[in-house]
Structure formats: C-alpha cells, structure tokens
Design a protein around this ligand. Structure first.
Ligand code: TA6
Length: 291
C-alpha cells in the first residue's frame, strides 16, 4: 500500500534503548542502536513481519529476543570458550549510527558501525570494522559487511537471526530447502538431507542447511508469503524451540514458540568465512512480501 506519507525518520527511545524510526510511504521500520537490531518492519496497512517476545530483555548488554539480532563473530556457543557469550557480541553492543539518508524509490537507508575495542579484543583478538545497513521501503533490505584492517587473517561466522512473526508455527511452511543437506543440532549434529517439498515445523527444530536459499515463508493464517533472497551467504539456519525448550527460555512466554520461526541467513559452521588482511565480506538479505 502506498500512502501520501513523506519519507521521514527520527530517533526515539523504546524501553530504554535508542531507536531509529524509519517512515516511508510504503512501510514503517525501527532499528535499535543496541545490536543494530531491526525491531520491526511492517508495510503500511499490513501486519508486522517480525516478532519480538513480550518478555524480551531490553537492557544494554543483554540479547533481545526478536527482530533481527546479528550474530558475529561466532554463531551459537563459542567453539572453545564456554564462558563467552552465545552468538558473539555484535548483538549486545551499542553500535554507532553513521547516518540515515533517502535512496531511490522513496526508501530510507540507515547505516550502523561497530569496530574492535577494549571490550571486544579479549573475546576476539582481531581488529575488524563491521557495518550494518538497513533499507526500508516496500521491502526490507539488510546487509552486514565486515572488513579485516589487520595484518593477520581471521575466521568468523555471521548470521542475520531473523525472527519472523507467524500466525501459528503449526500452519506455516518454508519452501526452497527441499533436497538440501543440513546439520541437525537436535540430533546431536547428525548430517541429514531434507525431503523434497516444503518444510513443516513439528516440535523443536534447529538445523543448519548448506544453502542460502532463496526461500519462501508461507503463512496461510495471515495469509502471507515472504520471499527471502540472500547474497554472500552460504548457510540457512531454521530454528524453533518447540514447547519443551520454550519453557526453559526465561524471555519467552510458554506459548511464545507458536508465534515465530527463525530463518537465519549467513555464513556459519562449514560456511564460515576467512578474511585475509584487507579482506572484506558482504552478506545481504532482501525480504519481499506477497499474498
Ligand atoms: O539459531 C539457532 C540457535 O543457535 C539455537 O540453537 C538457539 O539456541 C537459538 O539460536 C537462540 O539462541 P539465544 O542465544 O538467542 O537464546
């Protein structure tokens, strides 16, 4: 739906966190500086595409369950250090807002930056520059770019850990993964192959697919289809905790697992990247709506 609303943006505070609110004729979108985390995106007159837990923790330094957390420089638990934060530190640091500008097609672009400092170096002993770009218009575009300004190579994992809002987890399907190999984390990391046809979520699902899509999330309950197109990715993670794991998550309501599916795009596991000195990697996602 295109309205006569102007392209405009402002800074605000939501539950104590600094937020950039983007308004375009086609959509509204909000992004927290904490984690450069997209919190919401909705085309005008339509339902929210992203889900945030009503029990999410809105504290600097805590992971906020919902929207699009960015996992970097590792995904899941740290490979060797048990005490390090899950999914790295990018999602729990306050990023710098580098700017907001209008781009072609009455879209707004917001750019956020994060670099190595005294808090990141003990966790990840490498210089790095990360840049997250959010473009809101009639679709949502997100990119994460990382550069290695140092003199040694480093390996890292990246994921856009998107929490898509769904009418009911039992009703949705994910198209585009049929025949793909995956690591089944619920089965202790067993390697499996996805059956042909759409994926339906039954119980706990936690899989790292060797594919970056494109994918379509079909939700007959809205009804809505969201198309996810990725560039620069190698992996897709599909996660839902199911009813039992959900009970163990303090920032999730007992029934909260029904309201979202995580479809996470990036470079994780065997798809991780190695950046040589001066190297750069760009991961981009575009989410488009459809009936
Ligand atoms: O992306 C899947 C996953 O790694 C799961 O294993 C699950 O733990 C989830 O992320 C959420 O992690 P979090 O640290 O945000 O609770």
């Amino acid at each position: 739906m295109v309205t006569d609303v102007a392209v405009t943006w402002q800074r605000s505070v939501r539950n104590g966190l600094d937020v950039v609110e983007l308004e375009t004729p086609a959509s509204t979108c909000s992004v927290a500086l904490h984690g450069a985390q997209v919190l919401s995106f909705a085309p005008r007159g339509e339902r929210e595409w992203l889900w945030i837990s009503p029990k999410a923790r809105w504290n600097v330094g805590s992971a906020l369950r919902g929207g699009v957390p960015i996992c970097f420089p590792w995904f899941g638990p740290h490979p060797t250090e048990r005490g390090f934060p899950a999914h790295g530190f990018a999602r729990t640091r306050v990023w710098r807002l580098a700017g907001v500008d209008e781009v072609a097609g009455e879209r707004l672009r917001a750019v956020f930056e994060l670099g190595a400092d005294a808090q990141t170096t003990p966790l990840f002993p490498h210089p790095f520059t990360a840049r997250t770009t959010v473009i809101a218009g009639d679709d949502l575009q997100l990119s994460f770019e990382v550069e290695n300004p140092g003199s040694d190579p480093f390996a890292c994992e990246i994921a856009l850990h998107t929490y898509f809002a769904v009418s009911d987890i039992a009703a949705i399907s994910v198209e585009g993964l049929g025949g793909c190999g995956y690591v089944d984390k619920v089965a202790g990391g067993a390697r499996r192959r996805q059956d042909d046809g759409p994926l339906h979520i039954v119980g706990e699902v936690d899989r790292v697919y060797d594919s970056a899509g494109p994918l379509t999330l079909v939700d007959p309950g809205v009804p809505r289809s969201l198309r996810l197109e990725i560039a620069g990715g190698a992996s897709t993670v599909v996660w839902n905790p199911g009813p039992e794991k959900a009970r163990a998550l303090p920032d999730l309501e007992p029934d909260g697992f029904r309201r979202f599916v995580c479809i996470e795009s990036g470079n994780v596991g065997d798809g991780r990247i190695v950046l040589p000195p001066g190297g750069r990697h760009l991961l981009s996602a575009r989410i488009r709506g459809g009936a």
